[in-house]
Design a protein around this ligand. Structure first.
Ligand code: GUN
Length: 287
C-alpha cells in the first residue's frame, strides 16, 4: 500500500513556482497578486484562507485579504469584485465559500472576471474545462487530485471510477476531468441506490461527502485506489470520508487526511494564480 503524500507534492509545486517567480520578477516588474475575500467569520473558512495567504507569502506573491462583516450586502461585495477586476496588480480573485445566506453565490461567481477566476468556478471556466480548452482555470481541488494521480503515475484510462458526492466544487468537475482522461465514471450521491455494489466494482474511489468515515473496509475491493477529499472533525481530530485505518489494509494507493488532497488544493490555487499572471504578462489572456 502506498500513501500518496499530498503535502510533499504541494511543497514541490510551491518550490517550482517560487523559483520561477524569482526568475521573472525583474522582467515582469511585479509579482503575481491574489485578492481573497471572506464574508463573515466561519471558523473553517478562516483556517483555509490563512493557509492560502501563507502559501502566497511563501512563493513571493502579493496578497490582500478583504475580511468583510457577515452583514455585508450583495451590492457592496459586487462593487469590491468590480474594483479588483480592474486592479492591474491583481491576477486572481477568490471569494471564500460558503457565503452568508443573504448573498447569491452564483451572482458573485459570475461577477468575477473569468481571467481572474483562479478558483475555476466561473461558468466560462467550467465550460472551458468541459471541452478541454486549456486557456481556462481548473477548480483547485479536482486539479490537485489530477496532480496527485500524475505524481504516482496512475493512469485512469479504462478504469472504473466511483465518485461519492456531486458538489460543484469537487464531484461534478472531477467527473469531467476523469472522463476527459477516458475513465469510466459514476457519480453517486446520498440518494444513490445500491451504492455498495458500485463501490465494490470501483478501481478508484473519490470520496467528497463531508461524512466522516463513510467508506468502510467492507465497501471496497482489494487493490482499490482511494482519494479522500473529506476534511471532517471527529472527537477533536481531523479525519476524512474514508475509514483510513481499515480501508488502507485493502487499498493499493490512498491519500491521508490531513496531508493528502488538502495541501494540493492550495498548491493548485497558487498554480492558477501564477498561470493568470503569466497569461496576462504575455498578453494572451486579456480581460
Ligand atoms: N470553500 C471550500 N472550498 C473552496 C474553494 O476551493 N474555493 C473557495 N473559494 N471556497 C471554498
Amino acid at each position: 500500500m502506498i500513501v500518496m503524500n499530498g503535502k510533499q507534492l504541494s511543497e514541490k509545486v510551491l518550490d517550482e513556482v517560487l523559483l520561477d517567480q524569482q526568475k521573472v520578477l525583474s522582467t515582469y516588474g511585479r509579482p503575481a497578486g491574489l485578492a481573497v475575500i471572506m464574508v463573515g467569520d466561519n471558523p473553517a473558512s478562516k483556517v483555509y484562507v490563512a493557509n492560502k495567504i501563507k502559501a502566497c507569502n511563501f512563493v513571493g506573491f502579493y496578497s490582500i485579504t478583504h475580511q468583510l462583516v457577515e452583514s455585508t450586502n450583495e451590492t457592496e461585495l459586487l462593487s469590491l469584485i468590480n474594483k479588483l477586476n480592474n486592479d492591474d496588480t491583481i491576477d486572481g480573485i477568490l471569494v471564500q465559500l460558503p457565503l452568508p445566506k443573504h448573498i447569491n453565490e452564483l451572482k458573485v461567481i459570475n461577477a468575477i472576471s473569468p481571467s481572474k477566476d483562479v478558483d475555476g468556478f466561473h461558468p466560462i471556466n467550467i465550460g472551458k474545462m468541459l471541452i478541454d480548452d486549456k486557456t481556462g482555470f481548473l477548480p483547485c481541488t479536482p486539479y490537485g487530485i489530477l496532480q496527485i494521480l500524475d505524481e504516482y503515475k496512475i493512469d485512469v484510462k479504462g478504469k472504473d471510477v466511483v465518485i461519492v458526492g456531486r458538489s460543484n466544487i469537487v464531484g461534478k468537475p472531477i467527473s469531467i476531468m476523469l472522463i476527459q482522461r477516458s475513465a469510466t465514471v459514476q457519480v453517486c450521491n446520498s440518494n444513490t441506490k445500491n451504492i455498495n455494489e458500485k463501490l465494490q466494482i470501483a478501481d478508484i474511489i473519490i470520496a467528497a461527502t463531508g461524512v466522516p468515515n463513510l467508506i468502510k473496509y467492507e465497501d471496497v475491493k482489494e487493490g482499490v485506489i482511494i482519494i479522500d477529499v473529506g476534511i471532517n472533525r471527529l472527537d477533536g481530530k481531523l479525519c476524512g470520508d474514508v475509514d483510513y485505518n481499515n480501508v488502507s489494509k485493502k487499498a493499493s494507493y490512498i491519500t491521508p487526511v490531513p496531508g493528502g488532497v488538502g495541501p494540493m488544493t492550495i498548491a493548485s490555487l497558487i498554480k492558477n494564480t501564477y498561470k493568470s499572471y503569466q497569461l496576462k504578462k504575455e498578453g494572451i489572456y486579456e480581460r
